[in-house]
Write a new protein. Structure first.
Length: 277
């Protein structure tokens, strides 16, 4: 047996092959190592010469046809997506409204995350201050020290309430954006029905307009639920006198049980779909 490397000239491109032949000239195996626009440095042969059976020729033709067909199909898909995707800088009308809404929701979540970190720090300080205040009271400390600690604790609780109030404002802004998206989706749906199919439902990559509204609504609803949990923590933390309960409150605020991976993934998909990431 011996090996023969070469390049098949297929017109507009070259198929680099490796033939494994027997001494009698019958092909045992043919492997295609790649396709390019230039011939390889090895010996080139066109048309195929020697005692190469029709199996080799048919295999090569089959590969070339499959390669060209897949390449054309991929080009059509890419061109279709490119034609359908609006420009990032010259958006107007409904596409501009959708992209801006997605960007606003994403920025609101970033502000929420910062506020959540601030609230976690404050809750830790509140827990530490309460435990020290309890220790001072149990050990019979001076009334002045107790009052100072109580004032500091009240100040920390007030700061935590301010953080929660800002979170409430962010959720209210996001809810208003979702309402606008609902109106935008309804307007686009009416345009499609009145245009007799001339208006396309997919304005960006793969999502119809209704999908943007649904995903945004689910994301904002998740943060609204989490806001309710944090409200309970803000209201109860000042009256808790148990170290384990305080630790639980800190963990509940920090880890945000309602804001799970599905919510985060939906938010990322929202901004990826409109080309913001």
């Amino acid at each position: 047996n011996y090996f023969l490397k070469g390049t098949l000239d297929c017109g507009r491109f070259y198929v680099h092959c490796l033939f494994i032949q027997k001494q009698q000239g019958h092909v045992l195996m043919m492997a295609v190592s790649g396709v390019s626009g230039t011939p390889s440095k090895d010996v080139s042969f066109s048309p195929i010469s020697g005692n190469v059976t029709s199996y080799c020729l048919l295999s090569t033709i089959s590969f070339c046809y499959s390669y060209k067909r897949k390449k054309k199909m991929l080009c059509r898909i890419c061109e279709s997506v490119a034609d359908r995707t609006p420009s990032k800088t010259n958006l107007t009308g409904i596409p501009r409204k959708i992209r801006d809404s997605c960007a606003d929701i994403y920025n609101i979540v970033q502000k929420w995350d910062k506020l959540n970190v601030d609230g976690t720090v404050l809750l830790n300080r509140i827990a530490t201050a309460k435990l020290k205040s309890l220790e001072t009271s149990e050990s019979g400390g001076e009334a002045e020290d107790v009052n100072i600690r109580a004032e500091k604790l009240s100040e920390l609780c007030s700061m935590l309430l301010d953080v929660w109030t800002e979170m409430e404002c962010q959720v209210a802004k996001a809810s208003a954006i979702v309402e606008n998206l609902a109106a935008t989706a309804e307007l686009h749906s009416r345009r499609i029905s009145s245009a007799s199919g001339d208006t396309e439902d997919i304005l960006f990559l793969t999502w119809p307009v209704d999908r943007f509204y649904e995903v945004a609504r689910q994301v904002v609803a998740t943060y609204a639920k989490e806001l309710g949990v944090k409200k309970c923590l803000v209201e109860e933390v000042a009256t808790v006198a148990d170290s384990k309960t305080l630790s639980f409150y800190v963990a509940a605020w920090s880890y945000q049980a309602y804001v799970d991976d599905d919510c985060r993934l939906s938010l990322e998909a929202l901004v990826h779909e409109v080309g913001l990431k």
